[in-house]
Design a protein around this ligand. Structure first.
Ligand code: MG
Ligand code: ZN
Length: 227
């Protein structure tokens, strides 16, 4: 059996590396401004990341439903073109803003800065940001949120965590979603939990089904939103 040739791309070979560093530096600065502003208004902000179909909107809907009598909540929903998620969330009488990113496959701090200007910050306690469905570049763009959640569904297969280490390494909470489908998918949930803990020993890992509500309380406790 012959060895598979591997081409390792080094930093200096990436064509727009200088541009990218500049973009990331600007992003960092605006993210800090966002966080300062949120702190000034005593608002907790949570960045929810994950692939398309992993359950980001369902998690936010369930959380909003559960917490809306306790906190004044708003949702900033990121998506390339649609307003489906913001509409879903607003059915729970939670104020929501859609950010359509166009060509961009992630939200950045500048988009969040614009969205914050549309919100009545005096009258909010909690903001959920639903990031664009993507497990790669949202990891690089701090939005100014206080906590980062990554949701992953068992339907994404058994290698999904080890193939996206960066985003999981940045998470405070990792939710393994759709565990009710694990048997049908032939996926070992415990193996996913193990991978998550290996990639990020600091994160809380919760097994959940946002369809049935299993794991929701545990997730909200990890975010210190429930006692
Ligand atoms: Mg969604
Ligand atoms: Zn992107």
């Amino acid at each position: 059996m012959s060895e598979i040739p591997i081409i390792k791309v080094e930093d200096y070979e990436i064509l727009d590396v200088e541009l990218e560093e500049d973009v990331l530096e600007k992003n960092r600065r605006i993210a800090e401004e966002n966080r300062r502003k949120l702190d000034e208004y005593r608002i907790l902000c949570i960045d929810v990341m994950g692939a398309i179909g992993s359950g980001k909107t369902s998690f936010i809907e369930r959380s909003a439903e559960k917490l809306k009598n306790k906190y004044r909540i708003a949702v900033i929903a990121g998506d390339v073109t649609t307003t489906i998620d913001a509409e879903r969330v607003s059915k729970h009488s939670v104020f929501s803003i859609q950010v359509n990113t166009g060509r961009e496959c992630h939200l950045d701090a500048n988009m969040i800065s614009k969205a914050l200007k549309e919100l009545d910050l005096e009258n909010l306690d909690l903001i959920f940001i639903e990031n664009v469905g993507n497990l790669i570049c949202p990891a690089e763009f701090d939005l100014g949120a206080h906590k980062r959640v990554v949701i992953v569904s068992v339907t994404e297969g058994e290698y999904v965590i080890i193939k996206h280490p960066m985003i999981f390494a940045e998470a405070d909470l990792i939710i393994i979603n759709k565990i009710d489908l694990a048997d049908a998918m032939g996926v070992n949930v415990e193996k996913l939990v193990e991978d998550a803990k290996k990639v990020n020993p600091r994160a809380v890992v919760v097994k959940a089904s946002m369809k049935t509500g299993v794991g929701l309380n545990e997730a909200l406790k990890a975010l210190r939103l429930e006692g």
